[in-house]
Design a protein around this ligand. Sequence first.
Ligand SMILES: [Zn+2]
Length: 108
Amino acid sequence: MELKNDKYKRNRGGHSRLLDITCTKCKEHLFYYQKDGPGILKRLYLDRIFGANTNDKKLVCGNCKELLGVQYVYKKEKRLAYRLFSGAVNKKIVSKSKIYIMPGWRNW
Ligand SMILES: [Zn+2]
């Protein structure tokens, strides 16, 4: 897989990391996420989520059904995102060479 390289990434300094996102409650793997620039993870832009086929208004863990976040539009960039509830997900930096996104899985 390749990380996305666009104006959003450039606006955040051009540095990105790939994160493995898991549910805090049950530890289930949710998807991978491209984090652009520094700072904590407050929201997840849908166009940076890899390996998930959800576009629901609510971000829910597929395993334990915990509600993790709610979809909204980040006004500054008119960009669809999930606003995360505090502590709802865990993240771990992963190397993109170590992961494989199944063909047919939708990336937003
Ligand atoms: Zn869960």
